[in-house]
Design a protein around this ligand. Structure first.
Ligand SMILES: Cc1cc2nc3c(=O)[nH]c(=O)nc-3n(C[C@H](O)[C@H](O)[C@H](O)COP(=O)(O)OP(=O)(O)OC[C@H]3O[C@@H](n4cnc5c(N)ncnc54)[C@H](O)[C@@H]3O)c2cc1C
Length: 332
């Protein structure tokens, strides 16, 4: 590990000032991803600005019926928060499908959004990687690509975004609140993470000097009909090969008023397709309708040597998650 300086920020303004004063600095929250990257010499911050003391640890109901989640709320506290369990159980389910209890105690809401891909080649400093060093190449394309993208990839990068929490946040249409030296702004979740294109080194649209202060949720939590289905190699402590966050709003006759479907493990960002969701409006909850939505969502999916199986896996996972959501199987 390369030597680095350390500073503890008192509040948001102090954190931003410290960041400006120390070129090459990085914020550290729970450290569960950043420290691993530093130990492998994949990232070498000049200074770690510890934000763990910032007053961003509350989950608060908002006047518009939504919820504001401070960026430093731990994944564990968030998943078991009474307002999340009652109003946004899809989010609780997705968080609890990730990592381990110990990691969820440390991991923060903001850090979870910014965790980096689990592509083997990205974590191996001995091989080229366009995400680490733009223009150096992508060994995953012709290498071991079992866990890689089937949607939205580019010639430069086929890595996937690893978070579970973000898949639920995408389906719930969360917003990311950020503060920077130029002021505060709010980013729609769909615009927060990005596809690799010719800049796979950029995972998201956060500026280098910006701090995530909160994630906000709209009032609608789909607490009646939801499912988070994660398909992985082990039953726990493994990243998703494919995951599906499904949320349905049904009328009294069981017809779909609104559907949300987000996929994890398949692209450089949580994957949604408004057309697939629209296709379910007015439909009855059956395998045929869910299968049609799955086909629409996976339109354009393309496998690589070792991950063609993900296309069929995703199709089946979408149908199953929607069926579970319709049957309210998660509401136990
Ligand atoms: C073994 C293992 C298994 C895991 N399994 C899963 C899994 O199955 N599913 C899953 O979703 N996740 C999984 N994770 C990832 C884990 O959830 C993330 O590492 C964690 O959420 C990151 O949060 P953190 O607070 O520790 O971030 P840190 O490591 O502190 O920071 C991560 C990045 O975010 C930046 N950052 C942090 N907070 C802010 C902020 N407020 N504003 C601006 N920048 C910020 C840091 O500078 C850094 O770049 C796993 C991790 C490990 C180590």
């Amino acid at each position: 590990m390369t030597p680095f300086a350390y500073a503890k920020a008192r509040d948001v303004r102090d954190a931003l000032a410290l960041h400006t004063a120390h070129p090459g600095a990085r914020f550290i929250a729970g450290g569960t991803n950043l420290l691993d990257l530093m130990k492998e010499n994949l990232t070498r911050p000049s200074t770690l600005i510890d934000i763990s003391n910032l007053p961003l640890t509350d989950v608060e109901a908002e006047a518009d019926g939504g919820l504001r989640i401070g960026a430093l709320v731990s994944n564990a506290d968030l998943a078991y928060h009474p307002l999340i369990e009652r109003r946004y159980p899809l989010l609780a389910q997705a968080i609890l499908a990730g990592a381990s209890p110990q990691l969820r105690n440390m991991a923060s809401t903001g850090g979870n959004l910014l965790q980096r891909t689990r592509c083997y080649y990205f974590y191996d400093a001995g091989v080229p990687c366009n995400k680490r060093r733009p223009g150096s190449g992508c060994p995953a394309k012709d290498g071991l690509n079992r866990i890689h993208a089937i949607l939205g990839a580019s010639d430069q990068c086929i890595a996937v975004h690893p978070s579970d929490m973000c898949v639920a946040l995408a389906a719930l249409e969360a917003k990311v609140q950020v503060a920077g030296n130029r002021g505060e702004r709010c980013i729609d979740f769909a615009d927060f993470h990005r596809l690799p294109g010719d800049r796979p080194d950029l995972d998201n649209t956060l500026a280098d000097d910006e701090l995530i202060t909160a994630v906000t949720l709209p009032a609608r939590g789909f607490a009646e009909h939801f499912a988070y289905l994660k398909v992985r190699d082990r039953a726990s402590y493994a990243f998703a090969l494919v995951s599906v966050a499904a949320a349905l709003d049904l009328d009294v006759d069981g017809r779909i008023l609104e559907a949300r479907i987000a996929l994890g493990g398949v692209a450089h960002k949580p994957w949604r397709d408004p057309e697939a969701e629209r296709s379910l409006r007015g439909a009855t909850c059956d395998e045929e309708a869910f299968g049609r939505a799955a086909e629409a969502l996976l339109r354009g999916a393309r496998g690589h040597a070792h991950n063609h199986f993900k296309i069929e896996l995703a199709r089946r996972a979408i149908v199953r998650a929607l069926s579970q959501a319709a049957a309210a199987e998660g509401n136990v």
